[in-house]
Write a protein that binds this ligand. Structure first.
Ligand SMILES: Nc1nc2c(ncn2[C@@H]2O[C@H](COP(=O)(O)OP(=O)(O)OP(=O)(O)O)[C@@H](O)[C@H]2O)c(=O)[nH]1
Ligand SMILES: [Mg+2]
Length: 393
């Protein structure tokens, strides 16, 4: 699957930057592109300058709202992020049209941090513009959920996340959720952590996107997972994860090579299950597989380590976990020394975190309303469709 990636705000742009790195990897490993273009959009000039991989010209690093903010950002007000995107969104549309590989794009992926101002506000506006102009091309989004300490420190973070989620869910074809808190490693500085978190967030996309694009015969699986399969599996709230199990390679005498004992075979199946377990525990947001309406798994391993038994074992296992989901599967005989399983759960009917954001933000909106009422006697007119939350679009 080939994506066109657009990062909005600081968080979104940095993760988009990681996707460029992923594409460099697919170029050197397989000689293919999995990205048809990458763009960073921000109201903050300095943040755009700090990126590493995205093209450094103004067509790839797009400043919006420059006349109003002088390139200094919107200070966490996501209504303003939305407004500036509405005014300057054409710059983004113009830029992506010029990407040389535009017509090979299967889908768009828009990325933003939910808690900020620029990305959180702009993402659903740009998504809407893309949907209107490119009818038939799916628009996916990846929304990063704030760290716990940010939620505690400032209710604005919760409010921004809730309004962002509500708005993007109503326009995008799928909303991938990635919870910063789930990626926290206590052993490094936060800046280092952010970089590592970003790398970990994009990692599960790698095999998924490569599997269907590689045409060298020996790497094409018995059931290749192409862009169509993946797109069929994405709808609404979505989570992604990858798990790995190493394959021990001991020395063998030639006469031992042909024989695979019963025990070895069951060990192989067990390893694949371990990889699937790891993928489930590495999912990008806490959720319950039972709530998924669609699910997908991809088995990536050396061809000789992929057997029908393993594929069947994994299928049965996922069917037990995600009992209400339509399940799609694929395999990717890609060499290497590990068994990797990628899992995607989508059409999630319930995500506790999203519910919590909605509830807490409604309470916040209510107190804001009362404060305004007290001071000015006027009540701001608020859309009330999902628990009193206004929409940004
Ligand atoms: N995973 C990850 N999260 C980030 C990164 N940078 C910021 N965040 C998170 O994103 C949220 C803040 O969003 P930003 O992207 O900084 O905000 P913005 O869109 O630039 O908007 P303003 O700066 O408010 O105009 C917070 O929850 C941060 O923890 C990053 O590089 N990686
Ligand atoms: Mg910013």
């Amino acid at each position: 699957m080939k994506l066109m990636v657009i990062g909005l705000g600081q968080c979104g742009s940095r993760i988009a930057d990681e996707f460029v790195r992923l594409n460099k990897r697919s170029q050197s490993q397989w000689g293919i592109n999995i990205i048809t273009g990458t763009f960073a959009v921000n109201t903050d000039q300095t943040d755009l300058t700090g990126l590493s991989h995205i093209g450094s010209d103004y067509m790839h690093r797009i400043l919006i709202g420059g006349r109003k903010t002088w390139g200094h950002g919107v200070g966490k007000i996501n209504e303003m992020g939305a407004e500036l995107a509405r005014e300057d969104g054409d710059k983004v549309i113009d830029a992506i049209r010029t990407a040389p590989d535009f017509y090979h794009t299967h889908a768009f992926l828009l990325i933003a941090g939910g808690a900020g101002g620029t990305g959180s506000g702009a993402i659903s506006i740009i998504a809407q513009m893309l949907k209107e102009r490119y009818i038939g091309k799916p628009v996916y989004s990846l929304v990063v959920l704030p760290f716990e300490h940010e939620e505690m420190a400032e209710l604005r973070s919760v409010y921004n996340t809730a309004t962002c989620l509500k708005s993007i869910h109503s326009v995008a074809d799928g909303v991938f959720l990635a919870d910063n808190q789930r990626y926290v490693r206590k052993d490094a500085s936060l800046a280092m952590n952010l970089q590592r978190i970003n790398a970990a967030m994009v990692e599960p996309w790698y095999d998924l996107m490569c599997a269907g694009e590689i045409s060298r015969y020996k790497h094409v699986g018995a059931k290749t997972l192409d862009a169509g399969d993946i797109m069929q599996s994405i709808d609404g709230w979505t989570t992604l994860g990858v798990g790995r199990a190493g394959i021990p390679r001991g020395f063998r005498f030639p006469w031992q090579l042909a024989k695979t004992s019963f025990k070895e075979k069951s060990d192989e199946t067990l390893r694949a299950m371990q990889a699937m377990d790891a993928a489930v525990s590495e999912l990008s947001v806490t959720c319950s597989a039972e709530d998924a309406g669609r699910a997908l798994y991809l088995l990536s391993a050396p061809a000789k380590d992929m057997t029908m038994d393993i594929a069947k074992g994994l299928g049965d296992y996922l069917r037990e976990l995600a009992e209400n989901a339509v399940i799609r599967a694929g395999d990717f005989p890609r060499g290497g020394s590990s068994i990797d399983v990628t899992i995607l759960l989508s059409q999630l009917a319930f995500v506790q975190k999203v519910r919590d954001y909605y509830d807490r933000a409604s309470a916040f909106a209510q107190t804001q309303k009362e404060r305004i009422k007290e001071t000015t006697g006027r009540l701001r007119d608020m859309e009330d469709s999902a628990k009193g939350l206004p929409s940004l679009i």
